[in-house]
Design a protein around this ligand. Structure first.
Ligand SMILES: [Zn+2]
Length: 130
């Protein structure tokens, strides 16, 4: 069964969906940057309370790194959404980057920034290096 290319109307729907997603992710990213704890200075106080402080600093660092990991994945997603919007402008949206076939609209509905058709995606996943 051959997948038909997207209609102009569908493209506009995806554009709206992607733009909404982009706005949502940007807002999320901004909120995260505001709430990310500042890096604390490691200071050794004269009373020798160093070890306890160090434990606190370690857990703060952990929290911060967890925050950065989430922030990075949001940034990643945002990047993919922006690239998908560029593909809409360039007229390559919804076309598999690997084989050039149209990506099934149902797949795009679930994942509007998909770059590969389902077949190529499955192949890519199988080919993931050990
Ligand atoms: Zn493909």
């Amino acid at each position: 069964m051959k997948t038909r290319p997207l209609t102009k109307r569908e493209l506009e729907e995806f554009r709206r969906q992607l733009e909404a997603e982009r706005d949502r992710l940007s807002a999320e990213l901004e909120a995260m940057e505001e709430h990310l704890p500042e890096v604390e200075q490691v200071s050794v106080d004269a009373s020798g309370g160093y070890d306890e402080d160090l434990a606190d600093v370690a857990s703060d660092t952990f929290e911060r790194e967890k925050g950065i990991a989430i922030e990075n994945s949001v940034q990643d997603l945002l990047q993919q959404v922006e690239e998908a919007l560029e593909r809409i402008d360039q007229g390559t949206f919804g076309i598999c980057e690997a084989c050039g076939s149209p990506i099934h609209p149902e797949r795009l509905r679930a994942l509007p920034y998909a770059r590969l058709c389902i077949d190529c995606k499955a192949r890519e996943e199988q080919a993931i290096p050990r």
